[in-house]
Every structure is written in structure tokens, then in C-alpha cells.
Design a protein around this ligand. Structure first.
Ligand SMILES: [Zn+2]
Length: 416
């Protein structure tokens, strides 16, 4: 399988951290791989904030800390203003103020882009050809040790969502902010609001404010972590997805497999694992017909359960963003209509790939994300140093690959 060949080459690099030498090497390797299958891939260059994922919470946390200090000084109005400023920057995700950090922690990243146009048959002109962007980020995340603790928490919701998908039931009303990967922060923000609206005569108000101040201190102190940050090798997240984009490029570039009505763009994005994304640059700078273009994302494949995602919930608030309804229904009908997917492909809502959040923000249409999880939720190697090739389940990768090809071919034939 081409996916395996490319992945093995990628994994010879120690990591592919955004803005690092190894990310650039990976981009070069991907261009060479496209060349091998006969495609001329282009690089799209852009600047990013290196260590962005570590510093992203700095600005809102500073405002919250100001608000809490002002609150202990009984300056209620000023505290409310500082809190609002904190809230506005916090809810600004994906943070536009990251440009400030781009000056301080300046780094460069690249997207790798290749194209296959539909087979234009002599004399038959296809009106409004559709385009599918097959995407997968190739950069790797900073090691996130805290996930080993929080992982159980996510897993609970992943299990719930799976169950809901399988049994077609309504989920219990868990507040979105608790489903967010940033639920601790969200709790901090809520409690801050609470102590600020409490009257200044409240007993122990200063103590509550100082405890919360301490909490945000810890959050901002994580800024120091970037000095020691290690990037994970990233086989599961997202080496397999990256390599599968190339695998599909090879497949659809074969004369016999060419699509009739659909152009394909193969997009390996850099810098997904942080708030300054390659996808943002693709959406803003790459010229394509947004109206007739759909995104299919390959993310974190190689764990036990192959899934298609309904939507994305990586926002700090945990608020879910649904993918394109019409396109996702098409996928669901396809999956329900074939015996081979019964009990194999599951559906659900997950904190998915943040690239898709960016697509949505810029009014792009997402078909779905093909992904995988472990029976108990997020696999243990997620964002850890042992996210290596030996933990990849190749039979599951095969299933995901076949599903991707099926979705694309059916989309070409039937989706209007
Ligand atoms: Zn990822």
C-alpha cells in the first residue's frame, strides 16, 4: 500500500513540528513523492507563530488576571471591562491576534498542493465541474502530557457520541463547554464571571479572586514550556492521513480510475497543530471555486474503529460545528446502503481536525472527516512521544482507504 511506503519514509524524520527544519524536510519529501506518481506538486509558503499552541492562551489569560486583581481592589467596573476584553479575545478562536506572536516567534511553514483535473472526454464539456479537496495535515503536535490525564475525559464523550451514532439516540445534555479540550479554562472563565458579578460585600470574595488568579497564573506560565517543547513523531496523528492523501493521488491518477465530473486537489497542510494554520492560507490565497468545492479530510487514521465525523468541536467553548449537511447525508446514505460498512464504519462527533474549523470559518463546505479512535475513545498514543509506526493497525488503514475511494467515486457519479 502506497500509504505505508510514504509513511515509512516520513517516519524517518524525528518529528514534523510546525516551523522546524523537519517540517520543511517533510514538505520536500512529499513533493518528491508526488513526482514519483507523476504529479507536479506546488509549495505554498506562509509565516506562522512558532510555539503558537503554547502561547495562544496568554493574551486572554492576562486580561482575566487583571480582572481578578481589580476585583480584589473593589474596582468592579474596571474588573468587568478587563473581563470582557478577556472574553472577547478568548472567543476570538482561531485567534486572529496570533499575528502579534508572528512577529516575536517568527517561523515559516508550507502547504504541499497537487491537482488532477477530471477526464475531459472529447466533445463532452462538463458544466460546472465539482472539486474535492482531499486534505490531511502533515505537521506533528508538541508533546501534550496532560492529555494522558484528560484523555479519559475526552474518551467518555467519544464513547457517548459513538453510542449515539450507533443507536441513533439523543445525547444527554452535557454543556458544550465541558466537552471542549479546554474545559478547565472554560470553568475558570465561568468562575471568574461569577466572582466579578458577586457584590463586593460578599464574604471571602478576595480569596476566591486570588485562587482564580493563581489558576490563570498557571495557564500563562505554560508559556515557559515552549523553551523545552518536544514534538511527537506523529504516525497516527497525522502521518497516515498525510500518506493516504498521496495514496489517493496515485489511485486517481491512473487512467482507469480518473473521475468524470470532479477535479481533485490534494492538500497536505502544514501547521495544523497550533492556532496559525496552513489551512487558513490555503483558503485565503489559493484560487478555487468555493461554491463547487468540497473538502474531505483524512485525520488520525490507524486506530481500531474507523469513523466518519458529523462535525468539529475543537472550539474553546466546545460548541459543535456541523459539516455540510447535504454532503454528509450523502455519505451516511452511502454507508448505510452497503453491507461491507455495517459494524465497521461508525459515525460521531469528535473534537476533530482544526483545519476543518478553518474551512468552515471561511465558508467552505466539508463532506466529512475520515478518522479513527480506540474502543475506549482517544488512543493512548495521541499527541505522545510513542505515536510511532508500530502502533498503526494496517487492516484499519485499508478500510479507511477503501471508504475514502468509495466516497469520492460515488460523489463524482451521483452528488449534485
Ligand atoms: Zn491531527
Amino acid at each position: 500500500m502506497k500509504t505505508r511506503v510514504v509513511l515509512e519514509k516520513l517516519m524517518k524524520l524525528p518529528h514534523r513540528g510546525a516551523g522546524t527544519l523537519f517540517e520543511r524536510k517533510a514538505a520536500k519529501l512529499l513533493v518528491q513523492e508526488y513526482k514519483i506518481i507523476g504529479l507536479d506538486a506546488k509549495l505554498q509558503n506562509y509565516s506562522i507563530a512558532v510555539h503558537g499552541s503554547v502561547v495562544e492562551l496568554f493574551i486572554p489569560s492576562m486580561f482575566f488576571m487583571c480582572a481578578l486583581l481589580l476585583n480584589t481592589m473593589q474596582e468592579k467596573q474596571l474588573a468587568a471591562i478587563a473581563f470582557l476584553a478577556g472574553l472577547l479575545t478568548y472567543l476570538n478562536y482561531p485567534y486572529s491576534f496570533m499575528n502579534v506572536y508572528k512577529w516575536i516567534f517568527h517561523g515559516k511553514s508550507k502547504n504541499v498542493i497537487a491537482k488532477i483535473d477530471h477526464e475531459s472526454r472529447e466533445g463532452i464539456k462538463v458544466v460546472n465541474p465539482k472539486t474535492i479537496v482531499i486534505s490531511g495535515h502533515y505537521d506533528t503536535a508538541p508533546e501534550t502530557k496532560v492529555l494522558t490525564i484528560l484523555g479519559q475525559f475526552y474518551s467518555y464523550f467519544a464513547r457517548q457520541d459513538l453510542k449515539a451514532g450507533r443507536e441513533n439516540i439523543e445525547l444527554p445534555p452535557v454543556p458544550f463547554f465541558l466537552k471542549s479540550p479546554m474545559f478547565l479554562n472554560n470553568l475558570g472563565v465561568l468562575l471568574t464571571l461569577l466572582v466579578i458579578i458577586l457584590p463586593s460585600t460578599t464574604k471571602n470574595l478576595t480569596t476566591y479572586s486570588l485562587i482564580l488568579f493563581g489558576f490563570f497564573c498557571i495557564v500563562t506560565l505554560t508559556v515557559l514550556e515552549f523553551l523545552f517543547v518536544k514534538y511527537v513523531p506523529g504516525a497516527y496523528d497525522n502521518g497516515v492521513g498525510t500518506s493516504m492523501v498521496l495514496d489517493l493521488a496515485e489511485h486517481f491518477n491512473k487512467k482507469t480510475n480518473k473521475l468524470k465530473h470532479t477535479n481533485l486537489i490534494f492538500l497536505n497542510t502544514g501547521s495544523e497543530e497550533g492556532p496559525t494554520r496552513g489551512m487558513e492560507h490555503f483558503m485565503k490565497q489559493y484560487k478555487f471555486d468555493k461554491e463547487n468545492t468540497y473538502f474531505l479530510n483524512l485525520e488520525s487514521i490507524g486506530a481500531e474503529i474507523v469513523m466518519v465525523c458529523h462535525g468539529e468541536s475543537s472550539l474553546p467553548t466546545g460548541y459543535p460545528i456541523e459539516f455540510d449537511k447535504k454532503a454528509f447525508n450523502f455519505v451516511m446514505n452511502l454507508i448505510h446502503s452497503k453491507e461491507e460498512y455495517k459494524g465497521v464504519v461508525k459515525e460521531g462527533f469528535l473534537p476533530a481536525c482544526s483545519d476543518m474549523l478553518e474551512v468552515h470559518k471561511q465558508k467552505g463546505k466539508v463532506i466529512t472527516q475520515i478518522t479513527s479512535i480506540a474502543p475506549n475513545g482517544m488512543p493512548s498514543q495521541y499527541h505522545q512521544m510513542f505515536d510511532t509506526i508500530d502502533l498503526i493497525k494496517w487492516d484499519k488503514v485499508k478500510e479507511a482507504r477503501a471508504l475514502a475511494i468509495d466516497i469520492i467515486e460515488e460523489f463524482d457519479k451521483r452528488f449534485l
